[in-house]
Design a protein around this ligand. Structure first.
Ligand code: FES
Length: 174
């Protein structure tokens, strides 16, 4: 028989004999209650912190620096992917242009392949200029405006799109 009312313990002497502590109903409920309280506190703090630090601060700014033109000239003949901004930077013929790496179908990041670009999500393909050539992608990969900033760095504005690839080049000669 339980020693106390509302107790899961059958016999204290059993604990002494076996050397194992048994769990009382009160302790069990206290653990459950503490766990529930901890969960509520965690959810409340997550909500408050999410409000204080909204997602807008976590997304990269739409205007970013490419660096100095003279440094970009050293990358002549290359095309590289910048993961933070999800863009490709191409330097050729003393000029630079910046193209989105975001698939125009549902927004996956495309990969560079020999023929141009391939989206890993649903198989859309683009040629080397970013023109959509297959799959569900409805539009080409756009380029972004590149212009000199006050500090001498070249800046990219992802809000200013350049639809025609040939017009996206920006000269790097100083
Ligand atoms: S998101 Fe690229 S093909 Fe669907």
């Amino acid at each position: 028989m339980p020693r106390y009312r509302n107790s899961l313990k059958w016999d204290d002497d059993d604990d002494k004999k076996t050397g194992k502590a048994s769990l009382t109903r009160r302790t069990f409920l206290a653990i459950i209650g503490f766990g529930a309280l901890a969960g509520v506190v965690h959810m409340t703090m997550s909500t408050v912190l999410g409000f204080l630090y909204p997602n807008a601060l976590k997304t990269p700014p739409s205007v970013f620096s490419l660096g100095r033109p003279e440094d970009l000239l050293k990358m002549e003949g290359t095309k590289m992917f910048i993961s933070k901004q999800k863009v490709f930077i191409e330097v050729a013929g003393g000029k630079v242009r910046v193209q989105t790496a975001v698939c125009t179908h549902l927004g996956c990041t495309v990969n560079m392949v020999d023929t141009g670009y391939l989206c890993p999500c649903h198989g859309s393909t683009y040629d080397k200029e970013g023109l959509n050539t297959g799959g569900p992608a409805p539009k080409p990969l756009v380029y972004f405006s590149v212009y000199p900033g006050a500090s001498g760095d070249l800046l990219v504005d992802k809000n200013k799109k350049v639809e025609i690839p040939a017009k996206a080049w920006k000269g790097l000669k100083v």
